[in-house]
Design a protein. Structure first.
Length: 209
């Protein structure tokens, strides 16, 4: 995925200016940045194209999973899985469900009453079944407990290994993502997105900016 000379402005504020975006297949592409720099606006732009720089073939091939992404909360896990089985391949559902370890979620409890981490895993299942080639994750581990974060890290590593044709863009401010999951590492800084080959140097830049 390549976008050259990308500029993003929101409500008159320039968030990114003439920066080149390149994200590789078969890898987790981490983008870190402080709160307020525009990471979530970047994620939304991949779908909404407010910048007028995101080609249609990219927009049509993206699944965006964020805190604002919704799944039904007044149904149970079992109901959701039955609903999804009417739209998607059962083998794919079972495969992703096993990777996410969904067996530990009570199938009869309404989704609104399960933990935030369990909600996030059900959300991942629902959106990944769209089987889009580009998956944008916007702060998906934010406010989750350490155990659930580790489970999601393990899932993402296995998922990208089994789907090397896909591009995963992980937008985060959690620096532990970079050390837990090997990939390409970028920082959102000074209206640019810079790639760092060294995780340590990127973290040093992040802490000192």
């Amino acid at each position: 995925m390549n976008i050259a000379n990308y500029t993003l402005k929101v409500k008159g504020k320039t968030l990114l200016q003439n920066t080149d975006l390149h994200f590789s297949n078969g890898k987790i592409n981490h983008i870190v940045g402080k709160n307020g720099v525009g990471k979530s606006q970047l994620a939304k732009d991949f779908l909404l194209n407010n910048s007028k720089r995101v080609d249609r073939d990219i927009r049509q091939n993206i699944s965006l999973i964020s805190s604002s992404s919704n799944i039904p909360h007044d149904v149970s896990k079992d109901f959701l899985l039955n609903f999804l089985s009417e739209k998607f391949d059962a083998e794919m559902i079972n495969k992703i469900a096993q990777l996410l370890n969904l067996d530990n979620i009570d199938g009869k409890v309404l989704i609104k009453n399960v933990s935030d981490g369990q909600k996030q895993k059900l959300k991942l299942l629902s959106f990944l079944l769209e089987d889009k080639n580009i998956i944008v994750l916007d702060e998906i581990t934010n406010s989750l407990d350490k155990k659930t974060v580790m489970e999601i890290h393990r899932f993402l590593k296995k998922y990208i290994q089994e789907n090397p044709e896909k591009i995963i863009i992980n937008i985060t401010h959690d620096l532990s993502d970079l050390k837990a999951i090997d990939g390409d590492n970028y920082i959102f800084h000074d209206q640019k997105i810079h790639k760092y080959d060294s995780v340590e140097k990127l973290i040093e830049m992040y802490i000192n900016e």
